[in-house]
Design a binder for this molecule. Structure first.
Ligand SMILES: Nc1ncnc2c1ncn2[C@@H]1O[C@H](COP(=O)(O)OP(=O)(O)OP(=O)(O)O)[C@@H](O)[C@H]1O
Ligand SMILES: [Mg+2]
Length: 318
């Protein structure tokens, strides 16, 4: 792949950022071809928003180089800002004014003429199914409507690259699907999308390339299919209602990956009858009854767990 600005919407190398002695980004490279969706995955606090903030010129990196829309991130920050739109993790919608007023305010900030501002506002409100709500205070909007307004506001300046920081967190399934449709339409129109998400299925659905951020590094990168191939097999998942039983099982089953919140254990398995029977026999022998047992073939969740979760620490021998 060439790295000319014409083919890459975002080209970043060696991005570093630390807060005090906490290194958030430990030298990451990101390359996003024009007209594609790049998804940055990672657990809470991994540094996704930090990466978005750096690439959208909101904060500066401690080290590294980046070109966004062909412009140097720091030397040509103004040009970068002119080419991008950012929908932040936390809504930029002003609840005290109407949806339409929020849009017109954006148009004003983008230095559009009143006439042009009105035209694009009407067009976007229509496109995002907000015409009926347009004259109501945004504080009365549902989460999904607010999110749609957020994105509509981002599109006022007709950006070629948009950053969407967890655009569907907190939305119900229908609103999430609407959002996915919106993102697909943007991409079909040639927009490049940099998307962060906690939802693996979202990245699976939308992203051409996915990178997993953990411990300040990109620990894996590829298409959804490539990432799934990193995980050799499926697993058996045991869920417990009783924390005491869960602890006992976790202590004994050392190769299991634990999820202390959900009280689930994952045991690598090819899903064969023989392996399933082995797990059942072991549970019987230990006198432990799981409340739920399910068999999983690899999906992006597995990749995420494998790359970002720590395995059960070895028990000291006694
Ligand atoms: N201004 C700041 N000052 C100090 N620490 C910060 C600052 N901004 C972020 N951090 C820290 O940097 C780390 C990464 O934060 P960031 O918001 O980028 O994570 P994230 O991946 O977006 O998480 P989430 O999924 O919760 O949104 C966190 O440990 C956070 O506490
Ligand atoms: Mg974040």
């Amino acid at each position: 792949m060439t790295t000319t600005p014409r083919t890459l919407a975002i080209a970043a190398t060696g991005l570093r950022k630390a807060y005090g002695d906490k290194t958030v980004l430990d030298g990451i490279d990101i390359h996003v071809p024009v007209g594609t969706v790049f998804s940055l995955l990672g657990p809470n606090g991994a540094g996704k928003t930090t990466a978005v903030n750096i690439l959208s010129t909101l904060i500066s990196a401690d080290a590294g180089e980046a070109r966004v829309a062909g412009h140097h991130l720091t030397r040509e920050a103004q040009a970068v800002r002119g080419a991008i739109g950012v929908t932040g993790q936390f809504s930029a919608v002003d609840g005290l004014i109407t949806g339409e007023e929020n849009m017109l305010l954006m148009a004003d900030l983008q230095h559009l003429s009143r006439r042009e501002g009105r035209r694009i506002t009407a067009e976007l409100l229509e496109r995002f199914d907000l015409v009926e709500a347009a004259k109501k205070p945004a504080s009365t909007y549902s989460g999904g409507m607010k999110r749609r307004l957020d994105i509509a506001m981002t599109l006022v300046g007709n950006p070629r690259i948009i950053f969407l920081d967890e655009p569907t967190t907190g939305l119900d399934p229908r609103s999430r699907h609407t959002m996915w449709q919106i993102i697909r339409e943007l991409v079909a129109g040639g927009t490049t999308v940099f998307l962060t998400t906690q939802y693996l299925d979202e990245a699976d659905q939308l992203a051409d390339r996915i990178a997993v951020l953990n411990g300040g590094k990109l620990v894996a990168e590829g298409s959804a299919e490539e990432l799934k191939r990193l995980i050799p097999g499926g697993h058996v998942r045991l869920r417990f209602a009783d924390p005491v039983l869960y602890e006992r099982a976790a202590t004994a089953l050392r190769e299991a990956t634990r999820d202390d919140e959900a009280l689930t254990l994952q045991i690598p398995s090819d899903g064969s009858q023989r392996e399933l029977r082995a797990v059942l026999d072991w549970l019987d022998a230990a006198g432990i009854e799981a409340d739920e047992l399910s068999v999983h073939t690899p999906d992006l969740d597995d990749v995420f767990f494998a790359l970002t979760a720590s395995p059960v620490p070895a028990q000291p021998a006694n």
